[in-house]
Design a protein around this ligand. Sequence first.
Ligand SMILES: Cc1ncc(COP(=O)(O)O)c(C=O)c1O
Length: 435
Amino acid sequence: MDNVQTNKSLHEQRNKVIAKGNASGTDRYIAHASGAILTDIEGQDYIDFAGGIAVMNVGHSHPKVVKAIKDQAEKFTHTCFMVAPYASPVKLAEKLCKAVPGDSPKAVMFANSGAEAVENAVKIARYATQKTGIIAFESGFHGRTLMGMTLTSKVKPYKYGLGPFAPEVYRMPYANCYRCPFGKEYPKCNVCCADHLEEFFVSHVAAEQTAAIIVEPIQGEGGFIAPPKEYFQKLKAICEKNGVLMIADEIQTGMGRTGYMFAMDYYGVEADITTVAKSLAAGMPLSAVVGKKEIMDSVHPSGIGGTYGGNPLTCEAALAVFDIFETEDLLGRAKLLGEKLQARLHGMQEKHALIGDVRGLGPMIAMELVHDRQAKTPAADKAKALVQYCLGQNLILLACGTYGNVIRFLMPLVITDEQLEQGMQIIEHGLTAIS
Ligand SMILES: Cc1ncc(COP(=O)(O)O)c(C=O)c1O
C-alpha cells in the first residue's frame, strides 16, 4: 500500500485524520533520511536546512545513534526510571552536568519534550525559592503547554484563542539590537536593556516575589536575536543581587547549535537552571532540566518526574550524540559551518536589498527580510515566498520571527560543503526570483 502512495494522496488522507492545528509546513512525506538529505515517498531528495527544527545537529540516521537505539530495543524499551531504574540516565546525567556551563555541582531531571522541561524548570525554581513570579521576554518562545505558551510572547499562532494563561508571568523587553525596544544603538546604549531589570522589579513585579527569569540565550522562534555578550553577565548580576534565579532555555541553542556546546559558554554565564531538548537525542523525545544541585534537590521525592522521562532508548541515543561530539569534532565542524554561512549571507546582503539584517552566533544564523532597509518594514510575504520557492527546488527552509520575516538556518552540522553550496545557490536564485 505504502509504495503506491504519493505525497498528494497521503496529504489528502492526512487531512481527514490529523487535526488541522497539528499542521506541517510542507506536503512532502518522508520515507528516509541520511545526513542532511531527506527523501520523500516518491523518491525525491531534499537538502534539509531545517534539521527537524534544530533537532538533527548530528545528522539524520547517524549510524551510531541508530545502533544505540537498536541495541537498547533488543534489551528492553521501558521499565520506568521511577520504578525500576537502569544505567543510561545516570551516565547521561553525568555528561550533562559536565557539559552545561559553570563549575557548580549540578543534578538533572529528565522529561520528554522541550515544553515539559520548561514546565519543570519553573516548578523547581518556584519550589527552591518559595516565590511565584516568573519573568519572560518579548519575542521569547518556550513551547505549547499551558506554562510554555504563557511564557511565549508571539500571539498568533501560539496563544490566540488558547487562553486563559497561567498566572504570575511578567514580560520584559529583550536585547534586540536590530529593533531596539528602547530606541537606542549598541554600544552607545551601554546595554541599558539589561539594567531595565532593576526598574522592572519596581514597576512590574517585586524581586521578593520573583522566582526566576527565563531567557533564551539566542531567541529561536523569535528571530535568532542574539544579545551583545555583556547582556547576560549584567542580567545575571542583577538576578544574584536580588535573589532571583536565571533559567537559560537552551532547547534550541544547545547541543552545539552555536558552535559552542551551549550558548551560555559563549556568554560566559552560569545559569541556575538550564533546559535542554531538541538535538540532545537526535530526534528521540528526550529533554532535561540541568540545575545547580541544591536547587534541583530542593524538591521532595516524586514532586517532579513522569512515566517516560529518561526512557532507555532516548538516553542511549543521547549518549551516542555525546560520543559523536567527542569523536567527530562536531563543535569544530559547527564553527567552520558558521564561518561559511556568515560569509555567504553577508555576501548576499550586499547584493539583495531585501536582506535587512544577518545575525546569530556560529551556524545559528538568520537573515531578516525587510521591504525597506531604512524603515525596516517586515517582509513576511517575501519570507513565505522564498520558503515556497526553495521547496519547489527541493530545499527545506524555515521562517521564524515575531513578524514571520526571518529565514533561519538549522541544517545538520554534518552537512557537506557541496550540499551547503547547492542550498545557498537555490536561496540566492530565490531571492532574485521574489525581489
Ligand atoms: C527555546 C525553546 N524552548 C522550548 C521549546 C519547546 O520545545 P518542544 O517543542 O520540544 O516542546 C522550543 C521549541 O521550539 C524552543 O525553541
